[in-house]
Design a protein around this ligand. Structure first.
Ligand code: CO8
Length: 258
């Protein structure tokens, strides 16, 4: 086994960049890699200095799925008791904005990981798919639900039933991807978006993320209630006072995160 870290992390001012780093296995998401990723995500989520997180992959994949070799002989009870899939929920529970910079294959669990992020930027070389059907299973980390919400039932059904992949441009045309960049500018574009968000009030960002997420995870009625609660709540923040004062005084706001 190599001594290379499974996740390479770097901090650039208010941005943390996490690179999935098993390029020889196309960043297949082994339990150890997922644990490592979750540890980093939760650490940066709790760090007041970090305002946005980018996830990308080393080599020619974002992630080619859960590690098939690690699952091949598992029993249902082992899949359940290992918490292998259950712990993925902690990725979706990160409160700070997470940007996926998808540099290559995003298949199976890799596509599901990208869909747990808040913004998906893709390089021209990216490919998205849920090919689990080819190995006798179905998506297990949200693919049937999140892909269907992103692409609509017919496109999602075709992908899940045939295992066919789609290109970055197709994914962008159908709303799965925010935009497509040349491979050499993908990370810079992710940094640019992350910097833009990092300059906003972190409280407003967190509560906005929660409210937008609610649109996909609850009823409209519940989502509207969450939106309104968060809207009211922000009037208790110093950042709301500062933001509105700065607008009136025609200057840039200086958000403190309080
Ligand atoms: N798991 C383990 N190893 C992998 C995986 C994977 N998902 N994908 C690629 N690899 C390994 C290959 O075995 C190979 O290793 P080795 O050199 O030791 O033989 C190496 O990566 C390079 O791969 P290839 O030689 O296959 O590269 P190609 O360019 O020929 O093909 C593909 C690239 C098309 C991406 C091909 O590798 C492939 O089809 N990979 C599998 C894709 C797939 O089926 N993904 C879904 C996996 S199942 C899943 O994600 C379920 C998620 C459920 C929730 C999470 C539960 C924990």
């Amino acid at each position: 086994m190599s001594n290379e870290p499974l996740v390479i992390s770097s901090v650039e001012g208010p941005i943390a960049i996490l690179t999935l780093n098993r390029p020889q296995a196309l960043n297949a998401l082994s339990p150890a890699l997922i644990d490592n990723l979750i540890r980093h995500l939760e650490m940066y989520d709790a760090d007041d200095l970090i305002r946005a997180i980018i996830i990308t992959g080393a080599g020619r994949a974002f992630a080619a799925g859960a590690d098939i070799k690690a699952m091949a002989n598992a029993t249902p009870i082992e899949m359940l008791t290992s918490g292998m899939i259950a712990r993925w929920a902690r990725i979706a529970a990160i409160r700070k904005p997470v940007i996926a910079a998808v540099n290559g294959y995003a298949l199976g669990g890799g596509c599901e990981l990208a869909m747990m992020c808040d913004i998906i930027l893709a390089s021209e070389t990216a490919q998205f798919g849920q090919p689990e059907i080819n190995i006798g299973i179905i998506p297990g980390a949200g693919g049937t639900q999140r892909l269907t919400r992103a692409l609509g039932p017919y496109r999602a059904m075709e992908m899940v039933l045939t295992g066919a992949t789609i290109s970055a441009h197709e994914a962008a045309a159908h709303g799965l991807v925010n935009r497509v960049c040349p491979p050499e500018t993908l990370l810079d574009e992710a940094r640019r978006v992350a910097q833009t968000i990092a300059a906003k009030s972190p409280l407003a960002v967190q509560l906005a993320k929660e409210a937008v997420r609610a649109a996909a995870e609850t009823t409209v009625r519940e989502g509207l209630a969450i939106e309104l609660r968060n809207f009211y709540l922000l009037f208790a923040s110093e950042d709301q006072k500062e933001g509105m004062r700065a607008f009136i005084e025609k200057r840039a706001p200086n958000f403190s995160g309080r």
